[in-house]
Every structure is written in C-alpha cells, then in structure tokens.
Write a protein that binds this ligand. Structure first.
Ligand SMILES: Cc1cc2nc3c(=O)[nH]c(=O)nc-3n(C[C@H](O)[C@H](O)[C@H](O)COP(=O)(O)OP(=O)(O)OC[C@H]3O[C@@H](n4cnc5c(N)ncnc54)[C@H](O)[C@@H]3O)c2cc1C
Length: 269
C-alpha cells in the first residue's frame, strides 16, 4: 500500500537559522558604531525638539546608511536578516532617530510592491536624494476611521479622463514624514463599493499643489520622527502616478466586480 505524505525529503527541507554570516556581522558592527557614536549623543536633543533630525540623517547618508543602495542590498539578503539587524542596532541608538532614518523605506516598499519597473526607477531614488540634497518619502494608508481596518478608507481618487489625471481628496493620519516628505505614496479608494479591493496606490510628486501637512502629532515616544496628517484638497496627479498603471488597475477592478479572485486568492479559498 502506498501511503501519501506531505513530508518533504530531507534534502528539500528549507533551512532557517538566526546564525549571522560574516557580512551580516560586519553590517551589525557598522550600524552599531553609527548608533553609538552619532545617534546616542544626539538622541536627547532631538527627542526634546520633537523635530526631524536632518543633520543626523545627513550623517547617515554620508556613510551610505540612508540610501537606496543600502536598502537594495538589505532587501536582496536571502536570509531576510540584514534589515532587522540594522534596525535593531539603529533603534538601540534612539527609536525616534531610527524611524527618521528608516521612515522613507515604507514609501520605497509601497513603490516596489505596486510600481512598474519604470516607476521604481523614477521614484525610489527620490525617496533618498543624495548626501548633498537629502530627500524623504512618506507612505500613507491610515485615516481617522481606518487604522487596522484599512477596508474603511474614505479618501478618494477619481480619474479625469479628459486630462489623464487623478484627482485625490481626503485626509491621511499618523503618517511618518507626512507633509514634509518629497515623495508621498498614498493608498486611496477608487471604487468604495469594492472596499479593500477598490484601493489603489498613487505617487504624489514633490511640490504638488493641494497636498498639505495637517496637524503634527505630539507623541510619548519616538519623538524625533515626524508624524502628521496629510490633507489632500483636489490634488491632481498625472495618470502615470498611479502605481502599476491603469490597465492593470482596470483589470483588477473588473475581476473584483465579477467576484473573481486572483490566482493566489483562489488557491487560498
Ligand atoms: C509612530 C507611528 C507612526 C505611524 N506611521 C504611519 C505611516 O507612516 N503610514 C500609515 O499609513 N500609518 C502610520 N501609522 C498608523 C498605524 O499604521 C496605525 O496606528 C495602525 O494601523 C493602527 O490603527 P489605529 O491606531 O487606528 O488603531 P485601531 O485600528 O483602532 O486599533 C486599536 C487596538 O485594537 C486592536 N484591534 C484593531 N482591530 C482589531 C481586530 N479586528 N481584532 C483584534 N484586535 C484589533 C489593535 O491591535 C490595537 O491594539 C503610524 C502610527 C504610529 C503610532
């Protein structure tokens, strides 16, 4: 009798280890050194000021810690340990300064997860700038009545076909780098009837009229990281700012309206 089993042959068992390799140990030491020598001595001042610590971000950019290249290398680590190690060391220095340095990565993740290769190449470098001209990214999903429950987003994006522009309205809240970032990636509803399946992500380029900072929050901790509302008042962005592109969005919305799922969702059902 043949007994079917889900067990994999020993050779195929995925390996997981928390043991750091030499490169990871070097990164850990490098970030720890920065946290000890640069972040800790500045922590008290910036915590009291409750402001973005631009000079410290500048120092991080000079050594390559605040850069797309660092993030790219960390994301490419197949063990997935580089980013947690770096964050553990940096946030040991100070959580507020740590988030001020790492906050742009939320925006980058939003672009990389949803964008076309062309959009990734165009927008990701602008989330960091250069050591001489520091830039920042912000990623906004949360709203006053939609925190954990993202399906309740009320902010809207409406397509103006005559101009190939999207018109964005609403308020995002508790946004890291909100209103002070150069690049904002915002998730809005394009079809409220579809709840979370009717959402889309947009890049709002630097200096776009209609996007403004609302109230800045005073916090009990991580105070050197700027957290604020982002208010969208008839913000117009070109069609190319829809991450992933309109064709892909239309196809996704059509599937959702027909009650169809993606291949992955079908597999989960
Ligand atoms: C410092 C800081 C920075 C932030 N930066 C960003 C940012 O850059 N971009 C952004 O979009 N948002 C940001 N946020 C917002 C953050 O994502 C939200 O705070 C989070 O999603 C939780 O939403 P909420 O605060 O409305 O809490 P709620 O959703 O109201 O949750 C309150 C509590 O109820 C629990 N809870 C909620 N729903 C359930 C459930 N169904 N079952 C069981 N328990 C539940 C939660 O775990 C939590 O403990 C930031 C928040 C902070 C504090």
């Amino acid at each position: 009798m043949v007994v079917e089993t889900n067990e994999r042959p020993a050779t195929q068992t995925p390996q997981f280890s928390m043991e750091l390799n030499e490169e990871q140990r070097q990164i850990q030491k490098w970030v720890h050194g920065f946290a000890k020598d640069v972040v800790r001595p500045a922590a008290h001042e910036w915590d009291e000021r409750e402001e973005t610590p631009w000079p410290i971000i500048h120092e991080a950019a000079k050594i390559g810690l605040y850069s797309f290249e660092f993030l790219q290398n960390a994301f490419a680590d197949p063990t997935g340990l580089t980013m947690p190690i770096a964050n553990e060391e940096l946030f040991w220095g100070d959580a507020g300064i740590g988030l001020a340095i790492m906050g742009s990565t939320l925006c980058v993740a939003g672009i990389v997860a949803n964008g076309t290769p062309e959009q990734i190449v165009e927008w990701v470098p602008q989330c960091f700038g250069t050591p001489d001209k520091i830039q920042m990214g912000a990623f906004g999903v949360s709203e006053p009545d939609a925190g954990s429950d993202v399906s309740s987003l009320k902010s809207r994006a409406v397509y103006d076909e005559s101009k190939d522009e999207w018109v964005l309205n609403g308020t995002k809240t508790w946004i890291t780098n909100g209103g002070i970032a150069d690049v904002h990636v915002l998730v809005l509803s394009v079809d409220p009837e579809l709840n979370s399946r009717g959402h889309a992500a947009f890049v709002v380029p630097p200096g776009t009229p209609g996007l403004s900072e609302g109230q800045k929050f005073k916090k009990h901790g991580i105070r050197a990281s700027h957290t604020a509302e982002v208010v969208l008042d008839n913000v117009r962005v070109p069609g190319r700012c829809l991450l992933g592109g309109k064709e892909k969005l239309d196809a996704r919305l059509a599937r959702a309206r027909e009650g169809k799922s993606s291949k992955v969702q079908a597999a989960m059902a």
